[in-house]
Design a protein around this ligand. Structure first.
Ligand code: AMP
Length: 295
């Protein structure tokens, strides 16, 4: 496995490794890797003959362009990450510094995520999806293979809004890359794996479980043809010990537009997504679940 911190070396490594290959799979991450990331790498490995993983905690997608505790406290553990990626079979790991990615400081020109990036997560984290779209656009340019190789990029469904925004960016701006969403990986207690889970005290982790429990219940209600009690589910999260509710919404999976109140008064007839964010202790946790009506 080849580890590089520089753009020039990344490009040289991709060029060298591309000989005789037919496809390149990119897995963008912020490091502190866990089973969720490993699942992305495994899928990229099974679908491509060259796998590149990036590790970069991107300040642009944090509050105040990274001048915040969430950015400062974000776990950074490159040597453990490299060991995990070696095991998972990545070919090239790109772990640039901020200076390497943004040599002129904060970029002057950004990708704007528009209304798609303003709702849900974006309502609580203004500018977050502009920062995501901008760094992902850069990563696509940096890792895009030459000519004949197919180019695929892997994103976890855990960040459903990110998948939707990136898919739309690729469609709107004609990026020559296929976006491959990967299902959410959960711990055995149901909590969606996240690098931020490391920052939960044991008691806080127990408090956080209510999130996936509520989502699973909503999924089961929809599957058995019941009308969803969305306000009841919100109230359960609001009144749960140690939890502050940010949002719980039922949305269209592609556009992320909220499903109308009149639609929710009856059993769902078409697939939807329930998306949620809560605060537990110092950590903001997100999760989502596909809602599939009875066929
Ligand atoms: P992050 O390092 O948090 O930016 O995540 C990098 C990629 O891994 C993103 O595409 C995430 O959606 C994905 N990811 C993170 N956690 C999970 C999980 N529990 N299951 C599936 N994918 C995940």
């Amino acid at each position: 496995m080849h580890l590089t911190h520089s753009i020039a070396q990344l490009r040289a490594a991709i060029r060298e490794a591309s000989a005789g290959k037919t496809s390149l799979g990119l897995v963008p991450t912020m490091g502190a890797l866990h089973d969720g990331h490993a699942s992305l790498v495994n899928q990229a490995r099974s679908e491509n003959d060259l796998v590149v993983v990036s590790i970069f905690v991107n300040p642009l997608q944090f509050e105040n362009l990274g001048d915040c505790d969430d950015f400062r406290n974000y776990p950074r553990q490159l040597s453990e990450d490299v060991a995990l990626l070696e095991e998972a079979g990545a070919d090239i790991v790109f772990a640039p510094t901020e200076q390497e990615m943004y040599p002129h400081g904060t970029p002057l020109l950004w990708v704007r995520s528009g209304t798609m990036g303003e709702r849900l997560e974006g309502a609580s984290r203004p500018g977050h999806f502009d920062g995501v779209a901008t760094v992902v656009a850069k990563l696509f340019h940096l890792t895009r293979p030459d000519g004949a190789l197919a180019f695929r990029a892997y994103f976890g469904q855990k960040d459903a809004q990110q998948v939707a925004v990136i898919k739309r960016m690729v469609a709107d701006l004609n990026f020559p890359v296929e976006i491959r969403p990967v299902p959410i990986i959960r711990a055995s207690d149901g909590l969606a794996e996240s690098s931020r889970n490391q920052r939960l005290a044991p008691e806080e982790r127990t408090h956080a479980l209510v999130l996936s429990q509520v989502l699973h219940r909503l999924r089961d209600e929809v599957a058995s043809g019941e009308v969803i009690d969305l306000e009841g589910a919100r109230e359960e999260l609001r009144s749960s010990t140690g939890v502050t509710l940010d949002h719980l919404e039922i949305v269209d999976p592609a556009s992320l537009e909220p499903v109308s109140e009149s639609t929710l008064r009856e059993p769902l007839r078409s697939p939807a997504l329930v998306v949620a964010a809560i605060h537990v202790g110092p950590v903001r946790l997100i999760d989502n679940m596909e809602l599939r009506p009875q066929s």
